[in-house]
Design a protein around this ligand. Structure first.
Ligand SMILES: [Mn+2]
Length: 314
């Protein structure tokens, strides 16, 4: 795997003001809140060079028909994810590190399709075997339009990227799988729908739930997780849902679930990611400023991004 010098990255910030995949409005303001919380300063301080590509243009939900009840705002989310995927592919092919800030977690369909497409362009159908994914979340995000209780697409990215989702979304970048289950590890889970559990077990997704983190400690969980996602892969993408943290630490998010990661567990996990030197792209989703307490959750998000990009205590 390509090792990056922690201090020599070219970072491409891509903002995704996407609300439409979530049940609660406000998460579309996440990119602004994260920038206001000092994202540029934090990255500059680490010595990286930085280009902010601004936000994708996304129409307000009020101007859009809510077409499909089982997959709400599918046409708009498809368009946003197609645009995002193309930007992520371009960034990776330039040798840069895409840093995607959201936005609801349906954007992961775009980000990860973009990473998979970069590998597909280089290696054809075998490219997909070379993409490792670490996914931090309270939830499984593994519903499909048929199993989702809400029809909100932010609950479907994992299933979609594994090929089981709305066709328009599975075709982004190229037609086919964007993740191999064996290269995917999900961390911090504690709120999983029965049908998601079935799906995750059938597909053989590696999971470290809060139970595992309590039993093993985050350090050992990350040792094992990093071993899985770096085995035989060329790229490592981290998809970080801020709701993986406990809502007492991260109140500014729409689907809170008690019993989540502590402040230090989250930082340790991302410090360990940075230590590997092989992180190739990162995204942070689901910061909702409307629900936040004086932008603290966005500030927390900036700190976590800094840890993932090499910030050290000593
Ligand atoms: Mn999520």
């Amino acid at each position: 795997m390509k090792k990056y010098d922690a201090n020599l990255r070219d970072i491409d910030i891509i903002g995704v003001p996407l609300d439409h995949g979530a049940g609660r409005r406000g998460v579309g303001m996440g990119p602004s809140a994260i920038r206001i919380a000092g994202l540029h300063q934090a990255i500059n301080k680490l010595g990286h060079s930085l280009t902010d590509h601004g936000d994708l243009t996304i129409a307000a939900p009020e101007t859009q028909p809510e077409t499909e009840i089982n997959a709400k705002f599918l046409p708009l989310i498809t368009k946003a994810c197609e645009a995002l995927s193309a930007k992520v592919t371009e960034s990776l092919e330039r040798g840069s590190t895409p840093l995607v800030i959201g936005g609801d977690h349906s954007m992961a369909i775009g980000t990860i399709s973009g990473a998979a497409t970069a590998l597909h362009n280089k290696h054809g159908d075998k490219g997909i075997n070379r993409l490792g994914i670490l996914w931090f979340d309270a939830h499984g995000d593994a519903n499909t339009p048929n199993t989702s209780p809400s029809g909100n697409i932010h609950g479907m990215p994992v299933a979609t990227l594994l090929g089981d989702g709305p066709e328009r979304l599975t075709q982004i970048g190229y037609d086919g799988l964007k993740i191999r289950a064996r290269n995917l590890v999900m961390i911090g889970l504690r709120d999983i729908d029965p049908k998601e559990r079935e799906f995750m077990q059938e597909r053989g997704i590696h999971t470290y739930t809060m139970y595992d983190i309590d039993r093993l400690g985050m350090s050992r969980v990350m040792d094992r997780a990093l071993e899985i996602v770096t085995a035989g892969t060329d790229m490592l993408h981290v998809s970080f849902d801020i709701d993986s943290l406990d809502p007492r630490v991260a109140p500014g998010t729409g689907t809170q679930s008690l019993g989540g990661l502590t402040y230090r567990e989250a930082h340790l996990a991302l410090e360990m990611v940075a230590e590997t030197g092989v992180l190739s792209s990162f995204e942070l989703a689901e910061v909702n400023p409307i629900l936040d307490d004086k932008n603290h959750t966005a500030e927390l998000a900036v700190g976590l991004i800094a840890s993932a990009l090499g910030s050290r205590i000593m």
